[in-house]
Design a protein. Sequence first.
Length: 47
Amino acid sequence: MEMLYIMIPAAILLGLGGLVALIWSIKNGQFEDMEGPKYRIFFEDDD
């Protein structure tokens, strides 16, 4: 029973951390271009 006092807050903190990371990535434009990367393999890199 004492373990639940540790596990429940830890699960809540991990969930909130994941939610913060998701919101941060959406605000920084990580999910803007969903079509571009699959076509990028057809173009040659001019290094």
